[in-house]
Design a binder for this molecule. Structure first.
Ligand SMILES: [Zn+2]
Length: 273
């Protein structure tokens, strides 16, 4: 079997994986991913209540980094202050702020002031600690870009995670110092417009992710997703662009460490403070 080049799962929720096919062992799931070429994992925070347990779960793995933040779909949870996020972001495992952003799919827009306030809090925290942002946007592209602009988020940049918008939104995001991350959605047959975006985005602005346990790529669509499957995203993008998977792997890995430059420190030492 061909040894796959190193790839990175730039967005996964390791504390939420369905581990039934791995004997309920996170170790085994991570090993399966490593055997599929995955050399680093960014485990993304969704709320503060589960954050300590998430950090505890992954803190001894040198190839796992984390973010801290509260997802825009988490309505009834502890509301983070910028000070709180900054305090948590001091931990050396934390390489990003998020995931944060806007989601008008699940909540009516008229009732989303709290989402926009929370989003601004995250951007302010990211700017204060100099760590990039992980942006979630669902059916809220215009407001997301507007708030990023108003808050000067280009100073830290970040990633538009699980990107599903059009080329214009991709272009505007890149202009604001953001990377575009493709998930398993790009492998879906009906994702025609997204495939076009994946062909057009400059290789040096692209990241890949699973968003596992959600959104499994083809051929596992509808099943629980896991970090090992990020290879299918890389392979599909390579196929779309008519280039080798090595090129996609090399570019997205380099981009990851350029954007999240503190992730390197986690790979070189056993980060357990
Ligand atoms: Zn996510």
């Amino acid at each position: 079997m061909n040894q796959l080049p190193h790839i990175i799962d730039s967005h996964c929720h390791l504390d939420r994986l369905n581990l039934s096919t791995h004997g309920e062992s996170l170790d085994a799931a991570l090993d399966a991913a490593r055997q599929n070429g995955v050399s680093h994992f960014l485990c993304v925070s969704i709320d503060l209540e589960n954050y300590p347990a998430m950090l505890d779960l992954v803190k001894d793995y040198p190839d796992v980094s984390v973010s801290v933040g509260v997802h825009p779909n988490e309505r009834d949870c502890e509301e983070p202050t910028a000070e709180q996020l900054l305090e948590l972001a001091k931990h050396k495992k934390v390489i990003a702020i998020g995931e944060t952003g806007l989601d008008y799919f699940r909540v009516k827009k008229a009732d989303t002031d709290w989402q926009r306030d929370r989003f601004r809090t995250h951007i302010q925290a990211a700017k204060s600690c100099g760590k990039p942002l992980i942006i979630h946007n669902r059916e809220a592209g215009e407001d997301t870009l507007r708030i990023l602009r108003e808050e000067g988020a280009d100073a830290v940049g970040g990633v538009m995670h699980c990107f599903v918008e059009d080329w214009e939104t991709a272009q505007k995001s890149i202009d604001m110092n953001f990377y575009i991350s493709f998930s398993g959605i790009v492998t879906f047959k009906n994702a025609t417009e997204l495939k076009e975006v994946a062909k057009q985005v400059s290789l040096d602005r692209m990241l890949i992710e699973t968003d596992s346990p959600y959104l499994a790529p083809m051929p596992y669509r509808g099943k629980p997703n896991e970090p090992a499957y990020v290879r299918y995203v890389a392979e599909h993008i390579a196929e779309l662009r008519g280039i080798s998977v090595e090129e996609v792997a090399e570019a997205t890995t380099r981009n990851f460490f350029t954007l999240f430059n503190s992730a390197r420190d986690n790979t070189t030492s056993n980060a357990t403070n």
